[in-house]
Design a binder for this molecule. Structure first.
Ligand code: SF4
Length: 112
């Protein structure tokens, strides 16, 4: 197996310049057979280019995942509320403590 791009000039994968980071990202994407595995493995790494992503890319992706999870949970709660499911039952269904759930419902009702 040929050397992976990051093995040829590892310092570029931890570059502090935008140009270095962009070079590393492009090399990952264009040349590395481990791109997807590496991206998944490195998704919580605070430093360096992993799987064609910079730390900023990964932070943004994590924000998007959290926002999507929040939206999905709010949607589930709204559906259960519309079905007149009690907070107690909802707490059990969703695996969320009652107090936390009640606070969330109050916030949802304030914004709707
Ligand atoms: S995808 Fe991962 S293993 Fe492949 S070159 Fe980039 S950092 Fe290295």
């Amino acid at each position: 197996m040929n050397a992976l791009p990051c093995e040829q000039a590892p310092e570029l994968w931890f570059s502090e310049t935008a140009l270095g980071v962009e070079f590393a990202k492009a090399a990952c994407i264009a040349e590395c057979p481990l791109l997807n595995v590496c991206a998944e493995h490195g998704q919580n790494e605070p430093h360096g280019v992993w799987g064609g992503t910079s730390p900023d890319d990964r932070r943004e992706a994590a924000r998007e995942r959290r926002a999507a999870a929040e939206d999905e949970l709010n949607e589930q709660i709204s559906t259960l509320l519309a079905d007149k499911v009690s907070v107690r039952a909802m707490s059990s269904i969703l695996g969320i403590p009652r107090k936390t759930l009640a606070d969330r419902i109050n916030r949802l009702e304030l914004v709707s």
